[in-house]
Design a protein around this ligand. Structure first.
Ligand code: BG6
Ligand code: MG
Length: 218
């Protein structure tokens, strides 16, 4: 009998709408370096690690070869300081629509819950939005070798939960994140725009549209 035993969440763009703050921080960094980025680049940055995102941003300004690795680390740190200043006042009011209700419903159905975010700020957001206690496992992204779209972070979450990947559902807003869930052998649910997440059969506008019984039956 197939049975979903765990749900593995992404953070940015799923549990809270921080893709906006990540984008604004990159935009600010680009302006400081003397070029503009437009929100078209935003989809490419979703789910992608800080340093890989920096390369995407620098490429947009034809600056990718201008900096040494050490300078790139400094630029990534600068972006992170801007990002942290944009999320420092976050509270449970910043949870996405339906996030808390879904976490409660999953707990009540004895479904295990994990976080598979590549963001090093995700732990802060869990505490700030007062949802840390719902999570059985929070993967530390610095322990993961390959970022999304590689399956590593989802596989590590499943392993730490002690659940077979095929009995896990992953929830993602990023194209790369959906790819990661699928290559982990898990079932994906997309959050956002169906046309952008065209690699995912099940896409909802927000977590409030997801029914726990539906998840269990997937
Ligand atoms: C992902 C975001 O969740 O985390 C990316 O979608 C971001 O946009 C990545 O670059 C890394 O986040 P951080 O907070 O470690 O820079
Ligand atoms: Mg995301």
């Amino acid at each position: 009998m197939k049975m979903i035993e765990a749900v593995i969440f992404d953070m940015d763009g799923v549990l809270t709408e921080t893709s906006k703050q990540h984008y604004l921080a990159w935009k600010q960094l680009a302006e400081d370096l003397g070029f503009e980025i437009t929100d078209k680049i935003n989809e490419d940055l979703k789910g992608i690690s800080r340093l890989e995102s920096l390369d995407i941003v620098l490429r947009a300004g034809n600056m990718v070869d201008k900096f040494t690795d050490c300078e790139k680390n400094q630029l990534a740190d600068r972006k992170n300081l801007i990002y942290q200043s944009l999320i420092k006042e976050f509270t449970k009011e910043n949870l996405s629509v339906g996030a808390l209700e879904l976490l409660i419903a999953l707990k009540n159905s004895n479904i295990k819950i994990a976080l598979a975010s590549v963001s090093k700020n995700a732990q802060f957001l869990l505490e700030a939005m007062e949802i840390r206690d719902y999570f059985d496992v929070v993967v530390d992204p610095s322990e993961v070798k390959n970022g999304k779209p590689a399956p590593d972070i989802f596989l590590m979450a499943a392993q730490k939960l002690g659940v077979e990947p095929r009995n896990c559902v992953g929830i993602e807003d990023a194209y790369a994140g959906v790819e990661a869930i699928k290559s982990a052998g898990m079932k994906p649910i997309g959050i956002g725009n169906k046309e952008i997440l065209n690699n995912c059969d099940i896409v909802y506008k927000n977590l409030g549209e997801i029914n726990t019984n539906f998840i269990i039956s997937m």
